[in-house]
Ligand binder design. Structure first.
Ligand code: HSE
Length: 306
């Protein structure tokens, strides 16, 4: 096999109380990429459609993660990467992670799968770091593994797959403004109050327990973020209106997707997810800000061959 076409999904990181460690994978939105073996050594980004991104390999997240893997293998041929981006950069639904995860997943397939998903995540983190100014794995792990993933540790890298109820759906609103992750991270305090930390880790532990036990009511009581949301929500227009309408329409919980501006809601069943979509659509329709809105199952497969 010399060429492969893949789908690399959007992801939601943090999931309210799991800043930098928890993520989940969407299935209704993602990028496509074509990766092919070529005679000329090295990694070349040969085509980018959808958004204006750098073609220089070292400046492109897909290029940087591909290079990390390429340097580890050093084959006597090279790879060309075509990127068909649907996920807007700076959207908060893992645009850079989809690129970073997609290139290494595709190369791994063409190489005969020498690496497991944790090792692929390790390479993809290098691409993510270009966009984030620091190494985080919550989006790339969710994109590569699918489902809900917990980054137990970055060094050594350890990813845990967290089960989730079959009937869990996400509604995501993406206001068409850009918030760079590096800016949104710089906005955060360096220290947190002990009482807030206690509340956060109690919610986080309960959220993970609720996933394992299909306990939607516990999920509803656990999807709260007392550490990050109070700061970042100021960057997102009409954030509280969206959140309140989502909760009124039956969402189990609602929060900032990754570093924003997208806002996610988790819902029991597609009907509630559609009701939440309609309710938050009404909020944003009045603002004059353009937006996309998606209802998605939890994608348990992650990046896949098309
Ligand atoms: N956990 C990261 C953040 C996600 O919220 O900054 C973006 O990569």
């Amino acid at each position: 096999m010399n060429e492969i076409k893949i789908f690399s999904p959007a992801t939601v990181a943090n999931v309210a109380c799991g800043f930098d460690v928890l993520g989940f994978c969407l299935d209704s939105v993602g990028d496509e990429m074509t990766i092919r073996k070529v005679d000329k050594k090295g990694i070349k980004i040969s085509r980018i459609e959808g958004f204006d991104l750098p073609f220089e390999t070292e400046l492109n997240v897909a290029g940087v993660s591909a290079l990390a893997m390429y340097d580890a293998i050093n084959p006597d041929y090279g790879f060309e990467i075509e990127i068909y981006k649907n996920i807007k950069p700076g959207s908060g639904i893992g645009s850079s992670a989809a690129s970073a995860a997609g290139s290494v997943f595709g190369m791994n397939e063409l190489l005969g799968r020498p690496y497991n998903k944790t090792e692929l995540t390790q390479f993809a983190i290098k691409g993510e770091a270009l966009a984030n100014d620091c190494e985080v794995a919550d989006n790339v792990a969710a994109a590569l593994f699918g489902g809900f993933t917990l980054v137990k540790s970055l060094s050594p890298l350890e990813i845990l797959q967290i089960p989730s109820p079959d009937n869990l759906y996400a509604t995501i609103i993406h206001p068409q403004i850009e918030i760079k992750t590096s800016v949104s991270r710089a906005f955060l305090p360096k220290e947190v109050k002990l009482q807030d930390a206690i509340t956060q880790w109690a919610n986080f532990g309960s959220l993970i327990h609720s996933m394992h036990t299909n306990n939607y009511e516990l999920m509803r009581r656990s999807l709260h973020d007392v550490i990050i949301e109070p700061h970042r929500s100021k960057l997102i227009p009409h954030y509280l209106d969206v959140k309140n309408e989502a909760l009124n329409a039956g969402a189990l919980g609602s929060g900032i997707s990754g570093s924003g501006p997208s806002v996610f809601s988790l819902c029991k069943g597609v009907e509630t997810a559609n009701n939440v979509r309609d309710a938050i659509k009404k909020v944003y329709s009045k603002t004059g800000i353009e937006f996309d809105i998606h209802v998605s199952r939890i994608n348990t497969e992650g990046v896949k061959v098309l």
